[in-house]
Design a protein around this ligand. Sequence first.
Ligand code: NDP
Length: 295
Amino acid sequence: MCGRQPHTSMHIDGSTRIVGVFGAPITHTASPAMHNAAFEALGMNWVYVPFHVEAANLRSALTGMRDMGMAGINLTVPHKVPAVGLVDNIDSEARHIGALNTIVVEDGKLRGFNTDAHGFAAALQEEFNLSLQGLRVVVLGAGGAARAIAVKCALEGATEIVIANRTVSNTEPIVREIAPRLTKCRGIGLDRPALARVIAGAKLVVNATSVGLRDGDALRLDASMFSSDQYVFDVVYRPAETELLRAAAQAGAQTANGLGMLLHQGAKAFEIWTKQKAPLAVMRRALQAAIGGDA
Ligand code: NDP
């Protein structure tokens, strides 16, 4: 599905600035296509490279990245949370979230950011013209993506957040982080009657679990649980329409997949590294081509 990327007329020389992504696994990342298209469109002598980095090697990889003069790096599974303890300073939103997906090297120091949260809010604005202020939100999942999304909802003024996760105890650290800001925040399991009740009372439902990536791996939420005045967002972008989005659309809800979030988290990282405005249209086209044109 992800296919091979077309080769561009890339020129590498002694002045080329290097950024990239550390992850394990890393073979399916669409980020190189998105960033390299942006560099090419703006005529910048930069390159974005994926690196397979095992969890045990994150510390040395980050030190090497800095010592080799790289401009910065993205982080994906399994590095987002461990990286918090390995940088010199952290942007305040990323500190609340407790996970980093972008690091910039500034004056020999590593500064960490979380652009997933920005990507989520920007995608909601773009797809639904929706701001988080005053919303009642259900977030499905309690992993790294859910944490960024739930904390962003609280920081942006959501009035109620319910975090629903297969392992209820995994919701506790997120609820603890949000509670000082918003008392109407709690964690529940995926028990269907309870979930149906909280979804009925929500304006925005977000799937931030990895469910939906594979056929047959469903949350089993059906159209009867949604209504036409709701917004349903799925962080999964491949397939373009997950079973959850199909069910929500059947009920008349407005739906969007995670492509916009992926685009906007990348655009923000681009701007942090290069201090230049990201060419969004170029990046979106490259992303769509990289993920098989099905989103
Ligand atoms: P994590 O591994 O940190 O979290 C996975 C979450 O999914 C947990 O809440 C886990 O529950 C839940 N889960 C996994 N399998 C099942 C299942 N069979 N049934 C119910 N719940 C399940 O992953 P991330 O948070 O980093 O990523 C989650 C998804 O978000 C991925 O698909 C990732 O690709 C996507 N993502 C998309 C982004 C975008 O820009 N669009 C950005 C970042 C992530 P439990 O706690 O019980 O294990």
